[in-house]
Design a protein around this ligand. Structure first.
Ligand SMILES: [Zn+2]
Length: 491
């Protein structure tokens, strides 16, 4: 069994304390990437050491096999699976792994401890079991135990590690957020606490928005392995088509994608054969995806969904500096940064409790967008850390006697060799496609904010950055033409 990190060992110690104090239903919060399964395996092992039986529940049948694999990797072999016709069925094994769907149809197995994985999903079968066996301890595991009413079933919250803790200690990668477009959601209804899916699909399928998503990725995505989160299947397919039309190798995955196929696509992303995987839901896979860019094309009001999605991009990897978040959903501006969402207590569904819970936690101030480069800055930060742009302060405006004064900003500083590489790429386009020097100069200025000076006119095959930038411009141009044409034919 793997050695535990200090925060994992502490979490298990706090859990023991909680049970010793008489809590029967403690909830352990462990952020995505904190090694939640490892913690679960250690809890299981220490119960086994005392001769106890453990039942570990997962929220979907499709997760059983990978959970069995993970437990075996941690050295727990004495396990059986509760599922019809499963080859690993063994009712005598000390550890039983079951899906909540199977539990709902069968008798609850005899056991001394239940560990409920992804406990924020609140499945009825688990609560029925709790009702049947009030003395049986249930330990909930979740990265996001924030579901309304969760506190009616669980009686203690132990925070092993938040996303923010893990980033600051280097266990997770940091991230940067840009908000390149702002969807119009005023006609989107809210149902059961989140946006209505059909309304949302319509709002997000606006052609300008889908074109923006692709051209922004071409301009800013640095060719990074990317997961793109869409509203639903129809929306995901539209985005996939848009990426494919722009010559970006793009795949699609959803909950119905066959496990082997999903694994193959994730490996293709890791190998660079696929650049973007468009998906819906939270993309929980058995394979660790080396994702370095996330496109958020699915607005949500759910902190849980939002934090789970961002969590997919925060695994550390060789050579990975950070994760780029291209947020086309305004979620960061509405809910705040994903690593700053935190609650000290479980929600027990009572309004007063919710209010005092928020008062206690203290809602942090929301971040703001840099108007120059779309970088999302933490609240209170004036000068953009990304591009150096400083918006006019109120006092600056006042001193200018009623005239609006904007402090000069600039685009990100690039070094000479980067600029030369880009310029040589543009020269290559001029040579190959017969574009003139004026075109190249304008493209250069669009990119760096200044005219090309001191550059050698040597054409060289463009690198991905240059090629993507040029392609993005072409897509914008084509879309604008289409729009003009539509307006001309309509009017
Ligand atoms: Zn900026």
């Amino acid at each position: 069994m793997r050695q535990l990190h200090d925060y994992q060992a502490n979490a298990i110690a706090f859990l023991r304390q909680s049970l010793a104090k008489g809590h029967k239903r403690p909830m352990l919060q462990a952020a995505t990437g904190s090694g939640k399964t490892v913690i679960g395996a250690h809890i299981t092992q220490s119960a086994l050491d005392k001769g106890k039986r453990v039942c570990f529940t997962v929220p979907a049948i499709s997760l059983i096999d990978q959970t069995v694999e993970r437990f075996r990797q941690e050295g727990i072999d004495n396990l059986g699976v509760i599922q019809a016709d499963h080859p690993a069925t063994d009712p005598t094994a000390q550890v039983q792994i079951a899906s909540v769907q199977t539990l709902a149809r069968r008798m609850f197995p005899g056991t001394d401890l239940v560990i409920v994985d992804e406990a924020h999903q609140m499945h009825k079968a688990v609560f029925q079991w709790m009702g049947h066996c009030p003395e049986l301890p249930f330990v909930g595991l979740s990265a996001t135990p924030w579901t309304k009413g969760l506190g009616k079933y669980y009686d203690d919250l132990i925070v092993a590690a938040t996303t923010g803790d893990l980033i600051s200690r280097g266990f997770l990668a940091p991230f940067r957020v840009f908000a390149p477009s702002h969807p119009d959601l005023c006609k989107v209804r809210t149902v059961a606490g989140d946006y209505h899916e059909g309304d949302l699909e319509e709002a997000m399928s606006e052609p300008k928005l889908t074109a923006d998503i692709v051209s922004t990725w071409l301009e800013m995505g640095e060719n990074r392995p990317t997961l793109c989160f869409a509203v639903n299947r129809a929306h995901a397919r539209k985005l996939q088509d848009e990426f494919t039309a722009a010559n970006v190798s793009c795949a699609y995955v959803d909950a119905y994608t066959d496990r082997e196929e999903r694994k193959r696509l994730c490996e293709a992303l890791n190998d660079g054969l696929v650049k973007v995987i468009v998906n819906i839901g939270t993309m929980t896979t058995g394979v660790d995806v080396d994702c370095r860019c996330i496109i958020l094309a699915r607005p949500t009001k759910s902190e849980t969904l939002y934090v789970q999605i961002i969590g997919r991009g925060l695994r550390t990897a060789q050579g990975k500096v950070d994760c780029l978040i291209l947020d086309h959903s305004d979620t960061t501006l509405r809910l705040g940064f994903a690593d700053q969402i935190h609650h000290d207590t479980l929600d027990d569904g009572r309004r007063d409790e919710t209010r005092s819970r928020n008062a206690k936690t203290g809602t942090p101030k929301l971040p703001k967008e840099c108007t120059s480069c779309h970088f999302v800055k933490p609240a209170g930060v004036h000068v953009c850390p990304q591009c150096g742009f400083a918006p006019a302060r109120r006092e600056d405006v006042e001193t200018a006697a009623g005239k609006l004064v904007q402090v000069a900003g600039g685009k990100a500083q690039a070094d000479h060799s980067t600029k030369q590489r880009f310029w040589s790429g543009l020269q290559w386009y001029c040579q190959q496609r017969g574009y003139n020097q004026g075109w190249a100069s304008h493209k250069y200025r669009e990119k760096f904010g200044v005219w090309p000076r001191g550059m050698l006119d040597t054409p060289r095959a463009p690198d991905a950055e240059c090629a993507n930038f040029v392609r993005a411009g072409m897509i914008r141009f084509a879309k604008a033409k289409q729009k003009q044409l539509r307006e001309a034919t309509n009017g």
